[in-house]
Design a protein around this ligand. Structure first.
Ligand code: HEM
Length: 194
């Protein structure tokens, strides 16, 4: 009868151990602080996405010219906090993947979240930020001249797309499907954290 493969301990005396660096402890407090910042930044990102959607819908649908102009202008204020929370989610997520047994490319739910976050961060930096600056400029023009025109319908897509992707990321984070990217590694079974 063959001996069962060793099971790597995930927690010893309140410290987490990374596979491949099993002797290097990661203090529990570090992981907890990272997780708190990660959840807060991800929550802020979702909240800012909702703010974006409300401002865009108001800017495109409201009848009061003053409200339309100020909604367009307010869109310019959302870009920086949105980028900050997105980057913070990405950085803390990367660190959590590195210091916990979840890894970055070990479980599909983490790898998919990494893909979603990288794609969204690039879209925010390359497309959304300039779009929001243009919307704010349009709002300033509208204040001076309420008849000023501009095509702003494309502003609806960013909050819709990123909202849907963020819902997927949050669902994956909570469900944490156990499916692994590659089966067992080197005959050593690493138990998923509880
Ligand atoms: C779209 C952005 C993201 C959102 C909305 C998000 C959301 C969350 C939430 C709500 C949790 C807490 C789950 C729980 O404790 O039950 C979590 C945990 C976690 N996230 Fe993210 N996340 C995002 C991006 C990322 C990225 C980019 C990575 C890494 C590549 C990552 C890696 C992790 C890991 C490893 C945990 C588990 C930490 C642990 O249990 O110790 N996340 N995430």
């Amino acid at each position: 009868m063959s001996t069962p493969p060793p099971v790597e301990p995930s927690l010893r005396r309140g410290r987490w151990y990374r596979p491949g660096a099993a002797r290097r402890p990661v203090p529990r407090a570090v992981r907890q602080i990272l997780l708190i910042v990660h959840i807060l930044s991800a929550g802020a990102w979702v909240g800012l996405d909702v703010v974006l959607a409300v401002l865009v819908v108001t800017a495109l649908r409201a009848r009061d010219p003053g409200l339309v102009a100020s909604s367009f202008q307010a869109l310019g204020l959302v870009g920086m906090p949105l980028i900050t929370s997105a980057l913070l989610s990405l950085v803390t997520g990367l660190l959590l993947g590195v210091v916990t047994h979840w890894g970055l490319l070990r479980y599909w739910w983490v790898t998919i979240k990494l893909g979603i976050t990288v794609v969204l961060v690039v879209l925010v930096l390359v497309l959304l930020r300039p779009g929001l600056d243009a919307a704010a400029a349009h709002g300033r023009r509208l204040l001076a001249d309420p008849t000023a025109t501009g095509d702003s319908s494309s502003l609806l897509f960013p909050p819709a797309v990123s909202g849907a992707m963020l819902v997927v990321a949050v669902a994956l984070s909570v469900i944490k499907p156990r499916a692994r990217v590659r089966g067992r590694r080197g005959g050593v079974r690493v138990p998923p954290p509880s």
